[in-house]
Ligand binder design. Structure first.
Ligand SMILES: CC(=O)N[C@H]1[C@@H](OP(=O)(O)OP(=O)(O)OC[C@H]2O[C@@H](n3ccc(=O)[nH]c3=O)[C@H](O)[C@@H]2O)O[C@H](CO)[C@@H](O)[C@@H]1O
Ligand SMILES: C=C(OP(=O)(O)O)C(=O)O
Length: 437
């Protein structure tokens, strides 16, 4: 179990280049299984979850070449499908959430796909019904081994396009079904599809490989199946969740930061949501400029004067992955805000740690927390904590950076799952952080 030690209270300054998006990378990497041609992917983040998926693909027989930092080529022309029945696969597949998205491409190309119960954050129930109901609609037979928690779908006679109305706009579910449908016979229509930038990028990549997907960016996708796909080159977008994390870090540490090349037009409602907390976010070309919030930041109220409420929703709503960061930033705002985490039922429990540090938070129930900001009148106090999940982990790190004294964060593998070289990048901005184990 790795540990960070952070001496809080340091002002940061400088420029930061966001990493490639974790959740896009996980989709895009699975898509390399859809063709026997070479696929080149650029801007792949060097983070634990992505590296685990690259290893899984290699174990499955994908030929992988590193072309440079963040650039790899993949060739899935001679896969070892026996690996899918191995114990190694059960271990590899259960190590991250993104592994679930190999099922769609394998089913489409080889008529069968398997996966153990995937890993990922323990943030509440994370069921997979949407994925498998979609495959069943495309004609696959589904089986689940409860004891081994192993999922399987088979379609020896191929998949047939179909209309489906998803029960939930599941991000990985939509990606999985799209990757199956691109090689199905006939037309598939997916209504209530998720449409995060991750999915838009996946659909654009698949179209560049010869797929026929229309409605990209909306919740209604139409997919004309094709016989085969060819290779392509794809570049992963900057990670919007990492960008939001840097915004939060700048505000809480009263630091002036420039976040470079953020791809503004794909950030959706993220800048507006941070502005609701009173944070100044300036657009400079394609960069985000955050001035030092020397006089703090004040939570806005609604037109009718009622208390600010920030909640998550499927895209184009506010991503749940940034709500923990919003929450920690609110602890030093001027004013109060209700944080409502609608999607996940166990993602707010980390507030106990913030309360230990002196933050004024009432956890109303597992989904809602009221935060009464300190307006920097009282600094958080350093403490020892354990990172429960990736975004709570980064939020605790933000709290520690702003706190008085030296904090210790254990289980930093949770942070490394999604943040590339975070300690070194923070040091370059002036933070005092050490990886001590
Ligand atoms: C690897 C990856 O890409 N992970 C992301 C992906 O996970 P993932 O794809 O696993 O998450 P889903 O979109 O399937 O679902 C997220 C949760 O929200 C619930 N739900 C979802 C849609 C909906 O309309 N109503 C609803 O209640 C689901 O029951 C589930 O509990 O999307 C999540 C939601 O943006 C993000 O937190 C994860 O970072
Ligand atoms: C919940 C997340 O990741 P995963 O779905 O991989 O667990 C996240 O990135 O915030």
């Amino acid at each position: 179990m790795g540990t960070f030690q952070i001496e809080g209270g340091q002002q940061l300054s400088g420029e930061i280049q966001p990493q490639g998006a974790k959740n896009e990378a996980l989709q895009i990497l699975c898509a390399v299984l859809l063709t026997s041609d070479e696929v080149v992917i650029n801007n792949i983040p060097d983070i634990l979850d992505v590296n685990k998926l690259i290893q899984l693909l290699e174990n499955l027989g994908v030929k992988i070449k590193k072309l440079g930092k963040g650039s790899y080529s993949f060739k899935s022309d001679d896969l070892d499908l026996d690996y899918l029945s191995s114990d190694q696969f059960k271990k590899d597949g259960s190590g991250l959430r993104g592994s679930i998205m190999i099922v769609g491409p394998l089913l489409a190309r080889f008529g069968k796909g398997f996966v153990p119960k995937p890993g990922g954050d323990k943030i509440g129930r994370r069921r997979l019904d949407t994925h498998f109901e979609g495959f069943i609609k495309l004609g696959a037979k589904f089986r689940y081994n409860k004891e081994e928690r192993f999922y399987g779908v088979e379609a020896p006679n191929g998949l047939k396009g179909s209309y489906m109305l998803l029960e939930e706009a599941s991000v990985t579910g939509t990606a999985n079904i799209v990757m199956a449908a691109v090689l199905a016979e006939g037309t598939t229509t997916i209504y209530n599809a998720a449409c995060e930038p991750y999915l838009q990028q996946l659909c654009n990549m698949l179209n560049s490989m010869g797929a026929k997907i229309s409605g990209v960016g909306s919740n209604l996708l139409t997919i004309e199946g094709v016989d085969s796909l060819k290779g392509c080159e794809h570049r992963i977008l900057p990670d919007m969740v990492e960008i939001g994390s840097w915004i939060g870090m700048a505000a809480m540490t009263k630091s002036e930061l420039t976040i470079k090349n953020v791809n503004w037009d794909m950030l959706g409602i993220i800048p507006t949501t941070f502005r609701k907390l009173g944070i100044t976010i300036e657009r400079k070309g394609d960069d985000i400029f955050i001035p030092a919030h020397t006089n703090g930041y004040e939570v806005q109220s609604f037109i009718d004067g009622s208390i600010m409420n920030i909640s998550d929703a499927p895209w184009p709503g506010f991503t749940p992955d940034l709500l923990s960061i919003i929450l920690v930033v609110a602890t030093q705002a001027r004013g109060s805000v209700l944080i409502h985490q609608k999607m996940f039922e166990s993602r707010l429990f980390f507030v106990d740690k913030l309360i230990d540090m002196g933050a004024k938070i009432i956890l109303c129930d597992p989904h809602r927390a009221t935060v009464i900001g300190h307006d920097f009148q009282s600094q958080l106090k350093a403490t020892t904590m354990t990172s429960p999940d990736i975004r709570a982990g980064i939020s605790l790190l933000i709290a520690a950076l702003s706190a008085k004294g030296t904090s210790t964060i254990h289980n930093i593998e949770q942070i490394d799952r999604g943040y590339e070289n975070i300690d070194e990048r923070l040091k370059a901005l002036g933070a005092k952080i050490e990886r001590v184990a």
